[in-house]
Design a protein around this ligand. Structure first.
Ligand SMILES: Nc1ncnc2c1ncn2[C@@H]1O[C@H](COP(=O)(O)OP(=O)(O)OP(=O)(O)O)[C@@H](O)[C@H]1O
Length: 503
């Protein structure tokens, strides 16, 4: 619990009647005004919260007295926050579980109901929601009750507008940090690739960039196409960064790394007890991306059985958590990417046509690196500088021979392969200039030894594994088949394929 609690104390608290006792408490208007009056007396007790620094967020207030809600609304409006109001506990609960809110202002006594009774259900149904309880209890009792229930903060009535604003701002900040930590934990942090990295000398790439910037301003769904390693992830993050949703989260979900059940759970969340092992509720990625962007990578691998749910979410912005009948809403912009031919998949009945149309509102195709050779050296030099700095290595430039090889090589694994090649060369190079031998391109290209001759020879386990996976992928018809042959699950294969820059 935060220190705003102490700021919320009022000198006359011990003499205040409990608002539950309607006969002794005066009118709601008196108390609402009392709250504003208290503002003048309490102002200066704590540092005022600047309106510019106040975080944006979604606040719900449940109080049976409209005047109090009016007062909350007026105070929070000055902070740039829009309040959603509920005058009964039932209505408030319905809103809290069906729409994503960041902070709940919960009155302890709502008509004949106790707001505190709803807290366990709220914690389970709306995980992540920060709860501030407004109470007329004495401070120690309120603290005990809040601690027992796991409430995030409380305000003892009457409190000043400043106290309310500080308490809400703190909880919004806590919520923002929680969401950020969750997103960072779940997303493998990309090694590189920001919007700025996308600058290009290639006319085809420049066209793709211009289109991406134009569509970023709208809320339209975007489908990014291109071979593996061409920068589709980088482009998706750039579209988010260029969009009016940039302040929200850009949440990535890798479709092939999860089976249909896990993916549904990952996307839409689940209710506590929905399945064995579901000890807590989870809000899911869609809720995390509310107000931001949801990036579904490798959408061609999105399971057929789950496609109707995604379609409905796109059409209605509505979804249900696994094991939970409550319909929720989230305002999410969808960006998807694939290196597969979705149109052909639709023809073969492997992908729903209606979903394809919904995703393919604007399609942006990234050219393979061999078709934008003019960018190879700029990219390679950028990687060299970054890896030499990160690893503290002496490499500063490429020799003329190395530059010629970089320009001529076909780069079947695209930018990812180039990045891997330069990283390895930087680590291995003991001097300032990286020479063509240190690029080891012979090894990764045609000069690679055959597997039979490689076993038992002077090559590392990693090289052997890479070659074996590459060979199996080349002959298997599906990723599932390849993972069965290799004896690893699809998600492990997915990760290894990415790490080795394999198609
Ligand atoms: N323009 C760029 N500048 C710097 N790094 C880049 C650029 N484009 C791609 N990369 C890097 O190359 C790697 C592959 O990029 P990315 O993951 O975006 O490709 P992808 O097309 O999404 O691949 P896949 O289809 O396998 O998911 C990443 O490490 C990324 O940071």
């Amino acid at each position: 619990m935060s220190a705003s609690r102490s700021a919320a104390m009022h000198p006359s608290i011990g003499n205040r009647p409990d608002p539950a006792q309607a006969t002794t408490r005066g009118t709601a208007r008196d108390r609402a005004y009392g709250m504003l009056d208290a503002a003048s007396s309490n102002l200066g007790k704590s540092a005022p919260m600047s309106e510019e620094t106040a975080p944006a967020g979604r606040v719900l207030a449940i109080d049976d007295e409209p005047e109090i809600l009016d007062t909350y609304e007026a105070i929070l409006a000055k902070q740039g926050l829009r309040l959603t109001r509920a005058e009964t506990l039932d209505e408030g609960m319905r809103l809290a579980v069906s729409r994503p809110f960041d902070v709940l202002l919960l009155d302890r006594n709502i008509g004949y109901d106790l707001g505190t009774d709803a807290v366990p259900e709220l914690k389970s149904q709306a995980p992540g929601l920060r709860i501030i309880m407004a109470t007329a209890h004495r401070d120690t009792e309120a603290a005990m009750e809040a601690l027992r229930l796991g409430i995030d903060d409380y305000l003892v009535k009457p409190f000043s507008p400043e106290q309310l604003r500080i308490a809400v701002a703190r909880q919004l900040e806590a919520r923002r940090l929680n969401v950020k930590v969750a997103a960072l934990e779940s997303q493998v942090k990309p090694a590189s690739g920001s919007a700025g990295d996308l600058d290009s000398r290639s006319p085809t790439m420049q066209q793709a960039l211009a289109m991406a910037k134009q569509v970023a301003r709208t809320g339209a769904n975007v489908l990014i196409l291109g071979e593996s390693g061409t920068g589709k992830n980088v482009m998706a993050r750039a579209i988010h960064a260029w969009s009016p949703r940039a302040a929200g989260q850009c949440v990535t979900v890798n479709c092939p790394s999860l089976n249909a059940e896990l993916l549904e759970n990952e996307l839409f969340g689940h209710r506590k007890g929905a399945f064995t092992g579901a000890q807590d509720s989870s809000e899911g990625r869609v809720a995390q991306a509310d107000g931001g962007t949801l990036f579904l990578d490798e959408i061609g691998d999105f399971p057929m059985v789950l496609q109707p749910k995604l379609l409905r979410f796109i059409q209605e912005k509505a979804y249900e958590r696994v094991g939970d009948p409550v319909t929720r809403q989230a305002d999410v912009r969808l960006v998807t990417a694939t290196n597969r031919d979705l149109a052909t998949m639709v023809e073969r009945g492997e992908f729903r046509q209606d979903l394809f149309y919904r995703l393919n509102v604007v399609a942006i195709t990234l050219p393979p690196l061999r078709e934008r050779r003019e960018d190879v050296l700029d990219l390679a030099r950028g990687f060299l500088t970054r890896f030499a700095r990160d690893y503290g290595c002496p490499a500063r430039r490429f020799s003329d021979g190395a530059e010629a090889l970089l320009r001529d090589y076909p780069w079947p694994g695209n930018v990812r392969e180039l990045q891997n090649v330069v990283e390895r060369a930087v680590i291995l190079c003991p001097e300032e200039a990286i020479d063509r031998e240190q690029l080891s391109l012979g090894e990764t290209a045609s000069a690679a030894p055959s597997l039979n001759s490689a076993v038992g020879s002077d090559i590392s386990l990693e090289q052997l594994e890479r070659q074996h996976i590459e060979a199996v992928l080349a002959r298997a018809e599906t990723l599932d088949q390849a993972s069965t042959i290799l004896g690893i699950d699809a998600s492990t294969l997915y990760r290894k394929r990415k790490a080795y820059g394999l198609k």
